[in-house]
Write a protein that binds this ligand. Structure first.
Ligand SMILES: [Fe+2]
Length: 205
């Protein structure tokens, strides 16, 4: 996998592997055909740090790269090839982790950190432990903060409601209030978010 030119070297001549990861992930995501991918990656990182200002570099790299498969056209999975949305999301998470594993090998990320990044990204749709939940919540909140207007333009109201309900349901209850304060430029989108939250409240309480 080719990397960006001009990667910085440490004073001892070795590349800083964190710098290498951050640069390569951003370089690949900048090429995504999905227009919201670059802002979503940065925004997920921003929400991770809002939820936990002390989140370590392992979590930060996982946040930046969690959806990277969508940016790699030759390896990208398509929703239409799956009969079940949850199976698609699980395969998407695993595929992103596999692509990150290749980049981590190229950047010589130490194995303990590489395994944890891999694990976090595999779990990013479902969570399941404190660290995976943080990434899942940052990702889910970012869907409403950044992705939803793009999704609405591409897929229309009905699919956005379905996607929004699914996404709202995966935010940990303690963090759902963060999304309730979001507003958009369009009245349609503001109504749509209110509809999603009210339908979800009946479903999830
Ligand atoms: Fe995401």
């Amino acid at each position: 996998m080719s990397g960006p030119a001009g990667e910085s070297m440490m004073s001892d001549g070795t590349m800083d592997y964190l710098e290498c990861m951050n640069r390569r992930i951003r370089y690949l995501i900048a090429q995504s055909r999905v227009p919201e991918d670059p802002p979503h990656a940065e925004n997920t990182l921003m929400w991770l740090l809002k939820l936990d200002p002390d989140a370590d570099e392992t979590l930060r790299i996982a946040a930046l790269g969690h959806d990277i498969e969508r940016a790699v056209e030759s390896r990208r999975l398509r929703k239409k090839d799956f009969t079940d949305f949850e199976l698609f999301k699980a395969a998407h998470a695993r595929n992103s982790a596999d692509i990150l594993r290749d980049i981590m090998d190229e950047c010589s990320v130490p194995e303990a950190r590489a395994s944890e990044i891999y694990r976090l990204v595999v779990n990013h749709e479902t969570g399941g432990d404190t660290r995976s939940d943080l990434l899942k919540d940052a990702d889910s909140i970012s869907f409403f903060h950044v992705n939803m207007p793009y999704y609405y333009d591409r897929c229309g109201r009905e699919m956005t409601i379905r996607r929004g309900l699914w996404g709202y349901g995966r935010i940990s209850p303690d963090h759902r209030d963060l999304v309730k304060g979001f507003t958009y430029d369009s009245g349609d989108l503001n109504r749509l978010l209110r509809d999603i939250i009210s339908a979800a409240s009946h479903r999830h309480g």
